[in-house]
Design a protein around this ligand. Sequence first.
Ligand code: AGP
Length: 604
Amino acid sequence: MCGIIGIVGAAPVTDRLIDSLKRLEYRGYDSAGVAAVVDGHVERRRAKGKIRALEAVLDQEPLVGTVGIGHTRWATHGAPAERNAHPHRAGRVTLVHNGIIENYAELREELKAKGHTFESDTDTEVIAHLLDHTLDSGLEPLAALKATLDRLTGAYALGILIDGEDELVMGARRGSPLVVGHGQGEMFIGSDALAVGPFTNRITYLDEGDYVAIDHRGARIFDAAGAPVTRPERIVSAAAALVEKGNYRHFMEKEIHDQPDACQHTLSAYVDAVNAATVSPGVDFTKVDRLQIVACGTASYAGMIARYLFERLADLPCEVEIASEFRYRQPALAPGALALAVSQSGETADTLAALRWCKTRGIQTAALVNNHESTMAREADVLFPTHAGPEIGVASTKAFTSQVAALTAIAVSAARQRGRIDAHEEARLASILLETPRLIAQAIATEETVRQIAGDIAKARDVLYLGRGAMFPLALEGALKLKEISYIHAEGYAAGELKHGPIALVDEATPIIVIAPTDELFDKTASNMSEVIARGGRIVLITDEAGAAHAPEGARVIVAPACDPVIAPLVFAAPIQLLAYYVAVQKGADVDQPRNLAKSVTVE
Ligand code: AGP
């Protein structure tokens, strides 16, 4: 999952390529590169590391041309190094790629046998050689591209320059997203609307298998069979361009603070505040007999939280499965099932594959996504949007709470449709949901206490998170958040599981974060805290005021606002995110771009 951009411009493009790559850095940041047509031939500049390293290279060796391509990389084949950075070059071809070519090894052997010499360890370089080889047979660039694509197995989004074709950028997509941007006498291709956001809001989304040629006259698009096709042009929302940090140090910090607004916007699509009722999300839940949620990472924890609500409120059997397992398990789904993909990006390869698997078997599909123009949004039968706005920090925060907010409202709507709650109860739950933004804001106000506690946690080697009921997935989420941005080993457990193994890990060096609002399970979690204390464990208790009164001696306490259990995961998420954030800051970690990760995982 890398980011790509291509521009056929009316003015020099290097600065704009860099601007776009900065917007795409959330997709990967191991290395970066740009290429442009300079005096009739293509030149490139590449650097290991983030875009700022590439900028330093460009300061030394400027690149001035009006047609160019750019790439920011998340390594799959070949270590992060300049020689593996894109654009890759072979003969007349210079290209950038997002995806994985599965048959690259056999193509590489074939091309080596024909005299091609490879300079990188990447799968991508083989595409450049194959295209160059095909051009040698005398085909025109587009015909050569089609012949090349026909030989590739795997996923790709491509941006291509050809020596001697000074005003042409070609692109292609299969399994990885690619958009075309239409400017004033200028044309663009990019991984998503954010990439071309500063230049145009007129976007065409390419379909699977499409390839395209852009020049000053516009775009010529062809389907996988090589037939010219017209794909609709859309105007994308200005939100796509909103990727500024404002006065915050990190995007993650900003996005944690954005949550009251993000939840408010999201809830406004699902809750009718005037009539205190839910808005039908476009699915007839009386005809659904099972809900199958598929997702990855944080989105899967949002799904796990939702399972408690769909089963408890709507009496609807609900399964949640990690998409990478689901897609290969041959699950038995009956026609009455609704498959729901949960994803911030709407592009996660495993989740998308799971969604498609369900679709091809005639199962009704829905996608709960934050990127409304994404592949999942376009392919699912029903779209459940979240309105968190662009999330840039790799660690998901406002997208997660917006997912949970939307899923909670949808569960209430399903409960009403299925006759499990009456209008009075629906109104009560709708009013509770509408309180969420205010309560999240109050929970964020624990920031200073959390920051102080973080100093202690930052010294730990291992951290355990415990929770019961819907706080269990939140414990998993807390552990994931800490792991991914502070590199501290952390595990989340159902508090009742502690005595079945994890209690062996308890010692004075291992902080135990307990998430326990006062609810019907609080006393049980209190017993688990006693078991920890009896073994010398150190507890950080995240609770409300009533729970704080029962905190075990010696525990450090973070007091979040009291709230109804239905929205407790939303309210208690903030202190957990802040804890991970401040631990990472204490450790001097790269909060927004943690090592080895990328925001959008569009490869398996
Ligand atoms: C969360 O902090 C993550 N970085 C990651 O687990 C993420 O939630 C996952 O990759 C799924 O992404 P998606 O929501 O875009 O599908």
